[in-house]
Design a protein around this ligand. Structure first.
Ligand SMILES: [Mn+2]
Length: 326
């Protein structure tokens, strides 16, 4: 196992002036995007050039983080590669081939596969680690307001608007320091949680029509095949957090989504969420993935959706039974 580095060692590495590529995880969420762009602010401030890349497209509404720039990797060579909020090489998606080049990973996932020098702190969001880094570097007062908007977006998204069990007094203290910088936190929360495109609404409608219930309604799954996406004009970005729609149903203890890959039809992206004290990350680890105790994912390889279902349902059913027998 690769040893972790300390915050002080991380700060020393970040101080080195290098042309840097920052890598986000696939199906980008506000935490990986916010952490990446906040880190870009830090690197730029310290005199390093930095670009951000991601395997998948970003939702337009997150342009307050990305500035609207494309995150497609151009193939350019960099002096340094840093992954943020990336729990395993597979989480880089189609950019996994760059994992050998990654010099440094900044993360907060307890269940992870280390693939470079690693700074981790099991905070609720990776964004909190970027704040701690800026604090360690002593540059908090010199960074632009957008740095704090990026961090707040990450913190709020990964805690479901400060409602999940991962929220600690430390999370709230840090959020308070970020809000004190004068960001419009209400607007950031509106964009993240309430602003939905017509395609996202359509995806939600399809979800409620097609969801499958198992174990007396305690396990709920929604499958999105490429055929379903194409015939309804839905893109991958529109179903990025669709698992939360089934998670919201009262009585559901484990919510699952399986999304067929648009680029490789034999791959299905699995997302899992627990509404009770059930460790879905260890189930995802058995499937080659990882994540947090109550929010984790994996990539399933299967020749069709039924085969994908058959790989996951028995494992989550077992996790549910073990929980009930405790
Ligand atoms: Mn995260």
């Amino acid at each position: 196992m690769i040893k972790s580095i300390t915050l002080c060692e991380l700060a020393e590495l970040i101080r080195e002036t290098k042309d840097t590529l920052i890598l986000c995880h696939k199906n980008p969420d506000p935490d990986t995007l916010g952490s990446a762009f906040a880190l870009k602010h830090i690197l730029n401030h310290l005199g390093s050039k930095a670009d951000v890349a991601c395997a998948d497209e970003t939702q337009k509404k997150f342009s307050f983080i990305t500035g609207g720039s494309s995150l497609e990797y151009t193939g350019k060579e960099y002096e340094r590669y840093i992954a943020v909020d990336v729990a395993s090489p597979g989480q880089l998606g189609d950019l996994s081939y760059l994992s050998d080049k990654v010099d440094l990973t900044i993360d907060h996932h307890a269940m992870c596969t280390r693939f470079s020098k690693y700074y981790e702190n099991f905070r609720a969001s990776c964004a909190e680690n970027i704040y701690l880094l800026a604090c360690e570097l002593g540059i908090l007062d010199t960074l632009p307001i957008n740095f704090y908007e990026c961090l707040y977006a990450g913190m709020s998204a990964d805690t479901g608007g400060f409602r999940f069990s991962n929220v600690t007094p430390d999370t709230m203290s840090l959020a308070s320091l970020v809000i004190a910088r004068g960001i419009d936190h209400a607007e950031i929360n509106r964009v993240i949680f309430d602003a939905k495109s017509m395609e996202e609404i359509k995806a939600q409608k399809l979800t409620y029509e097609n969801m499958e219930l198992y174990c007396d309604g305690k396990l709920c799954l929604i499958v999105f095949t490429n055929e379903m996406k194409a015939s309804n004009g839905i893109s991958d970005a529109d179903i990025g957090d669709i698992v939360n729609s089934v998670r919201g149903i009262d009585g559901v203890l484990i919510a699952l989504s399986l999304k067929q890959s648009s680029k490789d039809e034999t791959k299905y992206s699995l997302s899992s969420r627990a509404n009770a004290d059930i460790d879905v990350s260890s189930v995802c680890a058995m499937l080659g993935g990882g994540g947090h105790k109550r929010a984790a994912g994996a990539t399933i390889v299967a020749s069709n959706e039924n085969e994908a279902r058959a790989q996951i349902i028995p494992l989550f059913t077992k996790a549910l039974e073990d929980y009930k027998n405790e």
